[in-house]
Design a protein around this ligand. Structure first.
Ligand code: PEP
Length: 248
């Protein structure tokens, strides 16, 4: 266990409705306070009601993506500046679903992270290898390449991001990386950050990939794991709260 305050962020993906969100948020609010930082990342249309529900609490909210552009003719996109107006503290960038389904390159991810920081929103930058890449022994090379583009683009601001290691083969599959497998990659990422910024020791590196209440404790006990980005298990208050408790 390290001394960095842990962060648990729920990635709701494209799930939710007015009524489902109200129930989920009420369950999380009722479980306060937490001994870790807690954030929820609902779909864009629900940011406003989430902001209203969580205003005045220490709970934070974020978005699941942002544009790399400030404004303009980019139909369907949402700028980081708009997210900041909704009080977003975080924005997830480079999630593997966006890399795979929307062909987002490392450079696009890096520019989204830069746009987020420019608007005062903390990017949660996702990196991770596919199963084929892991089996080919390419895990280290893949995550280092993904992170290096972001570090290079953010330059002296790199220490302001949160990094999330999310092995693609563990997302939504029920197959979590073992604590040792995750720690091995987190250690690599920490070393890469240390080489780039004097502030790396205080930076948060989250793990994501089928995190549940019953597998989170051993993950959070690893020296370089500073919390979790949680997908499926963030949709039920009891499950999400149990993970937040495990982090405290
Ligand atoms: C995610 O989508 O970021 C994620 C980690 O999903 P899950 O927890 O469902 O694997």
């Amino acid at each position: 266990m390290n001394t960095r305050r842990k962060l648990i962020a729920g990635n709701w993906k494209m799930h939710g409705s007015h009524s489902a969100n109200a129930e989920l948020l009420a369950g999380i609010v009722a479980a306060r306070p937490f001994a870790c930082d807690v954030a929820v990342c609902p779909p864009f249309p629900y940011l406003s009601e989430t902001a209203v529900t969580l205003a005045g609490s220490e709970l934070r909210w974020g978005a699941q993506d942002c544009s790399m552009h400030k404004q303009g003719a980019y139909t369907g996109e949402v700028s980081a500046g708009m997210l900041a107006e909704f009080g977003c503290r975080y924005v997830i960038v480079g999630h593997s679903e966006r890399r795979a389904l929307h062909a987002e390159s490392d450079q696009v991810v890096a520019e989204k992270a830069q746009a987020a920081l420019g608007a005062g929103v903390t990017p949660i930058v996702c990196v991770g290898e596919t199963l084929a890449q892991r089996e080919a022994g390419e895990t280290a090379a893949v995550v280092k390449r993904q992170l290096s583009v972001v570090i290079h683009t953010l330059a002296h601001c790199a220490s302001e991001m949160v990094v999330a290691y999310e092995p693609v083969w563990a997302i939504g599959t029920g197959l979590s990386a073992t604590p040792q497998q995750a720690q091995e990659v987190h250690q690599l990422l920490r070393a890469q950050l240390l080489a780039a910024t004097p502030h790396a020791a205080r930076m948060k590196i989250l793990y994501g990939g089928s995190v549940k209440a019953d597998n989170s404790g051993p993950l959070f006990a690893q020296p370089d794991i500073d919390g979790a980005l949680v997908g499926g298990a963030s949709l039920k208050a009891a499950d999400f709260v149990a993970i937040c408790r495990a982090a405290g």
